[in-house]
Design a protein around this ligand. Sequence first.
Ligand SMILES: Nc1ncnc2c1ncn2[C@@H]1O[C@H](COP(=O)(O)OP(=O)(O)OP(=O)(O)O)[C@@H](O)[C@H]1O
Ligand SMILES: [Mg+2]
Length: 211
Amino acid sequence: MMSHKAPFITFEGGEGCGKSTQIEILFRHLLQVGIDVVSCREPGGTKGAEEIRSLLLHGDGERWTPTTEALLMSAARADLVEKRILPQLEQGNWVLCDRFTDSTLAYQGFGHGLGYDSITALNHFTVGTLKPDLTFIFQLNPELGLARTALREGGKDRYEQFDLSFHTKVEKGYEEILKKNPERCVGINALLDIEMISQMIFEEVCQRFEI
Ligand SMILES: Nc1ncnc2c1ncn2[C@@H]1O[C@H](COP(=O)(O)OP(=O)(O)OP(=O)(O)O)[C@@H](O)[C@H]1O
Ligand SMILES: [Mg+2]
């Protein structure tokens, strides 16, 4: 049972696994069938949160300690939730979000080792009772994901500079999140082709939310 008036769907997974590609396809698909939907990305999505995003994604890996990083992510998220996600859901619009609380669990909790319990507490403080109704977790060997992002224009962001062992811990974190939340989370084999993944996602969404 949803605690808000419209579905809130998040896309999660390591670098280059296809989240942004698929959120864009689902967004267009939902518009085509007449659903009022907005899409946002984390960190970012409001003026203030986009400013925090550039602090987080630029500069060298050592720029922030893991704790500062977790707090900056959460500060950006609190702004996005209060100013955009909750008001949109309240109006009955669907919200799709590229990364959410599970990213902080996987990256700061598992990748940087801050731990599941402390990040879970931080996430609660940040978003209150808001929880995604459905989360797609893209599963991909981090080596392949990083190879995909290396092909993209614009150079490496801060996270793409962290070493493979960091990204392997992130991937393990996502596996753990998937196991702990079997109702909310659906694993996606990110090796499948874009078209096939988008069909699977749309079918899952249609089934869950009866469209
Ligand atoms: N299923 C797929 N098979 C092969 N390549 C893909 C697939 N999905 C996306 N790609 C390509 O992989 C690259 C990364 O995709 P995308 O930007 O969607 O990933 P992302 O998860 O949003 O990455 P990031 O975590 O860096 O934001 C892009 O060049 C995209 O075209
Ligand atoms: Mg992306």
